[in-house]
Design a protein around this ligand. Structure first.
Ligand code: GLN
Length: 609
């Protein structure tokens, strides 16, 4: 059986076959060498922003890039001089005129935009480098980074244009007249003709477009071709001026920033998603490839890719909204403590976010901070499942946090290490309230702090440095003083220094421990290799009892977070206990395990997805 054809490939093949019949338009001949192109050549290439390539037709056929070089060279000028210096020389207003119009703004002589020849010749003059060779070498190299391979110049097309490019020379002298070009234009014009004669194929165009879609980094080589900040400027001028006097119609029908060239290429970009390269030499009167326009139209229509298509607001950013009732720390608590935490559950709002946060989704999520918040004092916010946080979302979140803190509340932020700018903004904006905003590596640790505050206020918190007696052990509730004395007799005191490991995953169980003093925690390693703390123990608690019950190897590692004093109950000790003592012990143990299971279930039932 053949593998199923990827759906994108199928659509491209359909469009290609359909448009093959369209023989409208004329091959450009004003550069004589271009007239040699086979009018039937037709290639389509779509590359996703992560580098998946789909291609149909003549995608390897070489042709000259011509005007499609303009946005890329504009990018080099921006990188070399910065936006302000470039805008001093080339403006960004669509001229609505043909590509070769001698269109300079009245008074200053500034070219209307960098996509018409006057603006492009000026961009070329701003590429740093000594002499034609160095400038062109640099352009070739940068365009090669976009394409992901070394590019060369088609010498015969270059010569052909240089011999006949009188109109461009006229533009060059006009620019010199207005001091837009500061030197004799001859060299700059040669460099411009060479830039236009760089030889590419349809696949290169798709890859170059995908590099822009990917924020300036070639998705296949991982190499940066242009600084991220200037991609926005490049796409803006492509959006408003890339298709010359057909720019308005193009954006109306196709809705993607694009650039065409007289050899028959078109390059289109959907930021963050994909790039398209098309090649077919027959042009319409505006100088744009006839089939190229139709293919882009078709792809845009088929997949609904118009950049102004209004996206659906996603409400799935809320993975979980809850209180301490459903989400508790992994710290095991006594009965009285558990009761108190349940009573106070509504004081804590727990919010787990997920997916992409932009202005819309962040605003939606932050509404959870203002709804029914009267009795809420603490916010615990988890970013572990957030995939992206753009700058507008960072702005919305930090404003929401600032007003939450100003109202006298506290906030605990978990797992935001992938979004350092968020932390910086919060720390800067709420600097005087910074003791009220804390950052944590995991959610259980944050919840534990919050719970501790509640218990401390209620006088129900025992400090881990305190030493407790057996009567305080949850597992030994309900025993008489005499029975406890007997039990003490079969337990073995064992001490552990801070940082030591008491047991490891896979160890054979040799007993369980009562923690009498100090703090310990249980850790597991996830399939992805991450260490996760699953429980914290304080004096009065026990661990290692599961192995004693079913004799299976240890399922978690236990670490001493401070110096520990424990009492160990071995299998031998267990055997020494009478049936009455054993029955009570097992009943207590069952209750503790059932409580833990119930808590885990409550937590799971809260997950939105
Ligand atoms: N080299 C061509 C010129 O300047 C580029 C024009 C184009 O591709 N639209 O005339």
């Amino acid at each position: 059986m053949n593998a199923p054809l990827p759906p994108i490939q199928k659509i491209l093949e359909g469009l290609h076959a359909e448009l093959m019949e369209n023989r409208g338009g004329e091959v450009a001949t004003y550069i004589p060498e271009l007239g040699k192109a086979d009018p039937e050549w037709f290639g389509v290439c779509l590359v996703t922003a992560d580098g998946q390539v789909y291609q149909v037709g003549e995608c390897g056929q070489q042709f000259t890039i011509q005007s499609i070089s303009k946005p890329f060279v504009y990018g080099i000028a921006l990188d070399d001089h910065g936006k302000d210096a470039v805008l001093e020389k080339v403006w960004m207003e669509p001229s609505g005129e043909a590509f070769n119009a001698i269109s300079l703004r009245p008074g200053t002589g500034k070219p209307a935009n960098p996509m018409i020849n006057a603006g492009a010749i000026t961009s070329n003059s701003m590429v740093a480098g000594d002499g034609v060779e160095e400038v062109v070498g640099r352009i070739k190299q940068v365009l090669g980074t976009y394409a992901g391979r070394e590019l060369t110049i088609d010498e015969s097309v270059y010569r052909s244009e240089s011999e006949t490019g009188h109109r461009n020379r006229a533009i060059g002298y006009m620019l010199r007249n207005f001091d837009i070009l500061e030197e004799d234009p001859t060299d700059c014009l040669e460099a411009y003709f060479m830039q236009c004669a760089i030889s590419v194929n349809c696949r290169d165009l798709g890859m170059m477009a995908a590099t822009l879609a990917n924020g300036g980094v070639n998705p296949c080589t991982g190499k940066r071709a242009v600084s991220r900040q200037h991609v926005e400027n490049i796409l803006s001028v492509m959006g408003s001026c890339g298709m010359y006097d057909a720019a308005g119609e193009w954006i109306y029908n196709v809705g993607m920033p694009a650039k065409s060239g007289v050899a028959g290429g078109i390059l289109a970009v959907l930021p963050g998603q994909l790039g398209i390269g098309v090649f077919s030499p027959r042009l319409d009167p505006c100088g744009n490839s006839v089939r190229g326009i139709e293919v882009c139209r078709g792809i845009s229509r088929k997949f609904g890719l118009h950049m102004f298509q209004v996206p659906q607001l996603s409400t799935s950013v809320l993975r979980r909204v809850g209180s301490l009732m459903q989400t508790r720390s992994s710290r095991l608590r006594s009965k009285a403590q558990t009761r108190k935490l349940k009573e106070s559950a509504g004081m804590v709002r727990v919010l787990e976010l997920q997916g992409d946060l932009n202005f819309g989704t962040a605003e939606f999520a932050m509404r959870q901070l203002t709804e029914d918040a009267a009795g809420v004092r603490e916010l615990v916010l988890d970013f572990a499942h957030v995939t992206r946080l753009d700058s507008s979302a960072t702005g919305v979140l930090s404003l929401a946090f600032a007003s939450w803190l100003e109202s006298g509340r506290r906030i605990s932020i978990c797992r935001c290490e992938r979004f350092p700018s968020l932390r910086e903004i919060i720390e800067a904006e709420a600097s005087d309230l910074s003791d009220k905003a804390e950052f944590f590596d995991d959610m259980p640790a944050a919840l534990e702090e919050v719970e501790n505050r509640i218990l401390e206020e209620a006088g129900l918190r025992r400090h881990s440095s305190e030493r407790v007696g057996l009567e305080c052990c949850y597992l030994l509730e309900g025993f008489t003083v005499k029975e406890l004395e007997f039990i003490r007799g079969v337990l073995e005191p064992v001490a552990f220094p801070e940082g030591s490991s008491l047991m490891n995953v896979g160890d054979e169980p040799d007993g369980m421990y009562f923690l009498m003093r100090g703090k310990a925690s249980a850790w597991i390693t996830t399939e992805g290799g991450l260490q996760r703390r699953v429980a914290t123990f304080s004096p009065g608690m026990n661990f290692g009892e599961m192995g004693l019950l079913d004799d299976s190897p240890r399922s978690a590692e236990i670490r001493a977070d401070s110096d520990l004093e424990t009492l160990k109950l071995t299998k031998d000790g267990l055997r020494k206990m009478g049936t009455d003592v054993l029955a009570t012990l097992l009943a207590n143990l069952t209750r503790i395990l059932a409580d833990r299971l119930r808590e885990a279930n409550a937590e799971l039932s809260q997950l939105h997805s």
